[in-house]
Ligand binder design. Structure first.
Ligand SMILES: *Cc1c(COP(=O)(O)O)cnc(C)c1O
Length: 221
């Protein structure tokens, strides 16, 4: 008998494959709030790409797991503060949430100091929501250029979290168009409730948590 979380992973992977057709889409398994005991079965089943939204929480579980499974690819998908940049560069292989010049500068400096060059995605506020993280659509091109030329960052793509209260498809299409215009090949969009829609709109990476791990406890804010 397989582990229920491994069964759920297989189901999500099959759904991704169906929506993606002949394209390759990377599943980022979002393990926030879940501990090593829930992550290990997935690692043992061969899954390697994971996402966390808090640097501190990730620090408490991933260094040990990375020692045991050195080919893990860990993505930061939550907001990043400057004072956590050094830690983030040490721990994460991909940082999906760069959304302002200041954090780009600090990450560039830390990456140089540590001799690392993580893949960077710029997070876009695709629904133009006042309270939401992400660079404004009209400022995206300039931020990508700044990251690349001034800070030596390896910007490989764009990421978005569309508004919760309207159909996501138009936002997904808009992000995909923006990414193509910027030579950004990674397009990270789609979560448990809408990853197939995101894939049909061009996602190369989907971030799926609860459809794999089950419902999360209410997260403290
Ligand atoms: C938690 C989270 C996800 C996964 O959400 P689910 O609905 O559980 O799939 C994806 N992206 C980001 C940025 C998240 O914080």
């Amino acid at each position: 008998m397989t582990h229920p979380i491994v069964d759920a992973l297989s189901t999500v992977k099959a759904r991704i494959a169906r929506a993606a057709g002949s394209r390759q889409v990377t599943l980022v398994a979002v393990s926030k709030t879940f501990g090593a005991e829930d992550i290990l079965p997935l690692l043992e089943a061969g899954h390697r790409v994971f996402g966390e939204n808090r640097v501190q929480e990730a620090e408490s579980k991933w260094p040990e797991l990375k020692r045991r499974f050195p080919d893990i690819e860990l993505h930061l998908i939550g907001p990043l503060q400057s004072n956590k940049a050094a830690q983030a560069i040490r721990l994460f292989d991909v940082i999906q949430t760069v959304d302002r010049p200041k954090i780009a500068a600090v990450l560039g400096k830390e990456a140089r100091l540590q001799g690392k060059s993580p893949r960077i995605l710029v997070q876009v506020n695709i629904g133009q929501e006042p309270q939401k993280a992400g660079v404004e659509i009209r400022d995206t091109k300039a931020l990508v250029a700044l990251c690349r030329s001034d800070h030596g960052l390896n910007v490989s793509g764009l990421m978005c979290i569309p508004p919760v209260d309207s159909p996501p498809e138009q936002y997904f299409r808009e992000l995909a168009t923006l990414a193509r215009d910027l030579d950004a090949s990674d397009i990270s969009m789609g979560m448990s409730s809408d990853f197939e829609t995101a894939i049909r709109a061009g996602a190369t990476h989907v971030r799926v948590g609860s459809a794999i791990f089950g419902a999360r406890e209410q997260a403290p804010s």
